[in-house]
Design a binder for this molecule. Structure first.
Ligand code: ADP
Ligand code: ADP
Length: 223
């Protein structure tokens, strides 16, 4: 069945056409890659999906529901890990995750929060404030924050940009595990290697367009 259906999405910033008529269907359980250079439009597309950027035209459904008319419901199905790291400095790691759970109306989420802290190796940082976290820890907290409500579909926007090899590998292992548990994963990246290693199917974006979309195997054979 279909996880996300993107139909005729267009977006302009002034005269710049950031997205030109994007059509894309992502199936449930897929590990899908959006591969393209900086400026291709990947973040804009993810921003529209997450309701942070307004589209000019087009329609997106998540698990069959229109994201505009079912905003709250579709938000619950999505866990979006943005590129930009922003945390409220007044709350420690655990509180950050508790507050995020609250946005989804989840009152006692200790079990999930502890599971995420453990999986992302943040347990001994739970009482520390964001200012004292290293870059890699912040990135892991960002992932935990996107997963507190146990979403069906997980979107990671350039999760390993500027991340060292060791952390990159542990993040990869973790998303592979989530995918094997049945979660749909969408990953944007400008690293061919990352898309090749992780993704079942890859859309190559450039200048606001999908220039190619195929399984990893077919794409590699066509190069
Ligand atoms: P990617 O994520 O693939 O690097 P983006 O979606 O960030 O691509 O950007 C696509 C294009 O839109 C780029 O040319 C970028 O400079 C432009 N752009 C992105 N956000 C804005 C914005 N808020 N205002 C103006 N132009 C923007
Ligand atoms: P509301 O829908 O109640 O107006 P907003 O969309 O303005 O809430 O979100 C307020 C804050 O809640 C944001 O800063 C964000 O951190 C958090 N938030 C709400 N929903 C989500 C979500 N689905 N994913 C991530 N953060 C969310």
């Amino acid at each position: 069945s279909v996880a996300i259906e993107i139909q005729n999405i267009n977006k302009k910033y002034g005269d710049l056409e950031a997205l030109k008529d994007i059509n894309l269907t992502i199936n449930r359980g897929e590990f899908f890659g959006l591969l393209g250079p900086n400026g291709a439009g990947k973040s804009t597309l993810i921003g529209i999906l997450g309701g942070l950027v307004n589209k000019d035209f087009g329609r997106i459904t998540v698990l069959g529901k229109d994201i505009i008319s079912n905003y709250r419901e579709t938000k619950k199905s999505l866990g979006i890990v943005p590129q930009e790291v922003t945390f409220d400095p007044y709350f420690n790691v655990r509180e950050t995750l508790e507050i995020q759970s609250g946005y989804f109306g989840i009152k006692n989420n200790d079990e999930k929060i502890n599971e995420l802290l453990k999986a992302l190796d943040l347990t001994d940082k739970a009482e520390i404030g964001p200012r004292q976290l290293s870059g890699g820890m912040k990135r892991r907290l960002l992932i935990a924050k996107a997963l507190v409500h146990n979403p069906e579909i997980i979107v990671l926007d350039e999760p390993t940009a500027g991340v060292d090899v060791e952390l990159r590998n542990s993040l990869w292992d973790y998303v592979i595990k989530l995918n094997s548990q049945g979660k749909t994963i969408i990953l944007t990246t400008h690293y061919l290697e990352e898309a090749e290693t992780l993704c079942d199917r890859i859309a190559i974006m450039n200048k606001g367009e999908i220039v190619k979309i195929d399984t990893k195997e077919n794409l590699i054979n066509s190069i």
